[in-house]
Ligand binder design. Sequence first.
Ligand code: CP
Ligand code: NVA
Length: 315
Amino acid sequence: MEDIMDLKGRSLLTLKDYKAEEIDYLINLAAELKAKKKQGILGDSLKGKNIALIFEKPSTRTRCAFTVGCIDEGGHPEYLGKDDIQLGHKESIEDTARVLGRMFDGIQFRGYSQETVEKLAQYSKVPVWNGLTDTYHPTQILADLLTLKEQFGTLKGLKLVYVGDGRNNISNSLMIGTSKLGINYTILAPKSLWPNQELIETCKQYAKESGSWIEISDSLDGVEGADAIYTDVWCSMGEEALAAERIAILKPYQVNPALIEKTKKENTILLHCLPAVKGNEVTEEVFERFADVIFDEAENRMHTIKAVMVATIGK
Ligand code: CP
Ligand code: NVA
C-alpha cells in the first residue's frame, strides 16, 4: 500500500502545479489500482460522487478513461458534449462553472483554451481535471510515465526523445513531467515548431532540480541512445487547415525504420498518445512493431485517470 499523500480538493490543470513526489504518488497509486483491477478488485472511493465530463473536442481514450475509471470506483460520470450544454453558446464559462460546481464533485474539461479550464476551476470551486487543451495534456503524461516505469522499472536517467511537432500540448506536458521526474528530454523538430522559450526556461529549472537535462535540436542525430521515442500527430485538433504545411516541414521527422536504427540501441521503445496518422508521423510497420507497448500506454490512461480522481475527490 502506498503512503497516503493528501491531494484532496486539488485540480489538475497542468503538471506545473504538481511536485515531483505528487506525480510519483499518482503513478504509484495508478499501478496499485491497475494491479487490483487485474485481480477483479474494484473500489468504492467515488461512491456517491458525480463527475461532469465536458468535451469541446472529440475523444476516445480520455472520455472512456474517465467514464470507466469513475464507474469502477462507484461514481457517476455525466458526459456533456459541446452541443449538449450552454457553455460558450448562451452562457459564460463563469456561470456554467458555478452551476456545475453546485451539482458535481469534479469536472473534466477537454477543449481549446487553457484559460477556459483555469476559469472552470476558479469558479466551480470543485476539482477540475484538464483532459487536453491546445497547450497541455497532463493526464496523458501520467499514463506515459506509468508505461515507462512498467517498461524500465525506473524513470530517473532515462532518455526520452520526442520527434515531430515540438510545441504541441503533448510535447509541452512531456517536457514538464519528464524534467520534474529526472528523465532526460530531447525534442527533435524543425525550429519553427520548437516550444515557447518561457516554458523551456521553466522546465530547465525543473530539470536542474531533478538532475536531468533538456535538449532541443532540429538534427535527427539527437535520437541516438534513446530509451524511448515519442511521437504524436503533425496537426493537433483544431489545426486541420495546416495539414499541407505541416506534412511538408515534418516529413523528415517521420518515425520509420531508419530513425529507429539511428538510436544505435536494441531495446528502444516507441510511445504514441494516439490517435495515430500512420504514414505521417509513424510508418505502419514501425507502429505495429511497438503496438503492445502503445496499447499498454492507452490502457494506462484509465488507471492513471482513475488514480487522479481517487486522489483528488475520493473517500
Ligand atoms: N490520447 C488521447 O487523449 O486520446 P483521445 O483523444 O482519444 O482522448
Ligand atoms: N496533439 C494531439 C493530441 C491528441 C491526444 C491533439 O491535440 O490533437
